[in-house]
Design a protein around this ligand. Structure first.
Ligand SMILES: Nc1ncnc2c1ncn2[C@@H]1O[C@H](COP(=O)(O)OP(=O)(O)OP(=O)(O)O)[C@@H](O)[C@H]1O
Ligand SMILES: [Mg+2]
Length: 218
């Protein structure tokens, strides 16, 4: 079955299509110049390996009132100016390509961010939906990955804890519709894919964002 490690290729496929592009946070390949530009446009960004997994190497970089911060796992590093930030990131980064993505202020439960994983698999010529699960970050972390101590909840349960019954139902439908919309776009671009895992973030206003798509979802 076809698998695709590059987050950048999958993101570009969805960006290519106006129907799905609006759900993708602004994303570009990492460089010092792009980081400067992205931090000019967004109060915080996520930096992640193009071929990553399990939240490893993921950093949250924020513009503060004075200087910048970079959070990786439970550590937050402070920097007075941009050049120091870049040096700091370069020390944390290993020599492989990274992406910069607009940070989404994820809706949270007990102050810990929540996101959603929707798995679909192809059975014959039909795509079938598997469970929607929510992942709740371990205290102190900015990533929700289960292998980094995140807790799994039922998707409907998490939505219900964050929103009213009506809004929760609407959001669940929105996530399902968006998934149905993304599948043909990805399948056309990457024929042969047999399963997909969509990571969705809902921000504090309830807007749905696609954080990433996995071709080998756990
Ligand atoms: N743009 C973003 N805004 C807010 N949070 C983000 C953003 N991108 C990633 N995150 C958080 O970081 C976590 C890890 O990021 P991501 O899913 O992109 O990489 P990964 O988990 O390493 O890859 P995989 O899901 O293939 O294991 C997400 O589950 C989410 O909690
Ligand atoms: Mg992920």
């Amino acid at each position: 079955m076809r698998q695709l490690a590059s987050k950048w290729l999958k993101t570009k496929a969805l960006l290519h299509h106006p129907y799905t592009a609006v759900f993708i946070p602004e994303t570009c390949l990492y460089s010092e110049e792009q980081l400067r530009m992205m931090l000019g446009r967004h109060t915080f960004v996520f930096i992640k390996p193009v071929k990553g997994g399990g939240g490893s190497g993921v950093m949250r970089v924020a513009k503060e009132r004075r200087g910048y911060t970079c959070t990786r796992m439970e550590k937050t590093y402070r920097f007075d100016h941009f050049k120091a930030l870049v040096d700091g990131i370069n020390r944390l980064r290993i020599q492989r390509p990274y992406l910069i993505q607009q940070g989404i202020q994820l809706a949270s439960i007990q102050g810990r961010p929540v996101d959603y994983r929707v798995k679909v698999a192809k059975k014959g010529d039909k795509w079938v939906f598997r469970a929607v699960v929510a992942r709740h970050a371990r205290p102190g972390l900015v990533i929700t990955n289960l292998c980094k101590g995140g807790t799994q909840l039922k998707g409907t349960e998490a939505l219900r804890m964050i929103y009213s019954q009506r809004l929760a139902t609407r959001k669940r439908r929105e996530i399902a519709d968006l998934t149905r919309r993304c599948i043909p776009v990805l399948e056309r671009r990457f024929p042969g894919i047999g399963q997909l895992g969509f990571d969705y973030g809902l921000d504090q206003t309830g807007r749905v964002w696609i954080l990433e798509v996995n071709t080998r979802p756990q």
